[in-house]
Write a new protein. Sequence first.
Length: 135
Amino acid sequence: MRKSKRKTRRSNHNNLMGVATIIVILTSLLVYFTNESQQKQILYSYCGEFGFYGKSLTLMKDSTFRFNYFGCTSSQGYLAGYWKTEDNHLLFYPSSSDDNLDSEYIQMDNKLISINGKSNNFILCKDYNNQLFIE
């Protein structure tokens, strides 16, 4: 009788561990494929200086954007909206205003140059990581 209960407990424990392992694997796959799907929607990713840390501007293929910044004084922010191009200009229409993102930039090679000069410029993140950023 005792051996039977012991085998049942061990069997239940093994089944529980198997189910937990399957749940972890399926959750990991879901996160991976969700991230892959989102990455395919990105048109360009730009980076720039913002205090000691930095800022990022992500342009999506559906004409929306995400803007994030993190400063050395723990200032941080997030902004979203939509964008469009006119000639060589990139125009931003954010859902709310923020002084850290200009409304109009000129595209020059791998850079976005602020028209009004009220915010810093951007460079493609792949180039930002490989070279010194120069305003």
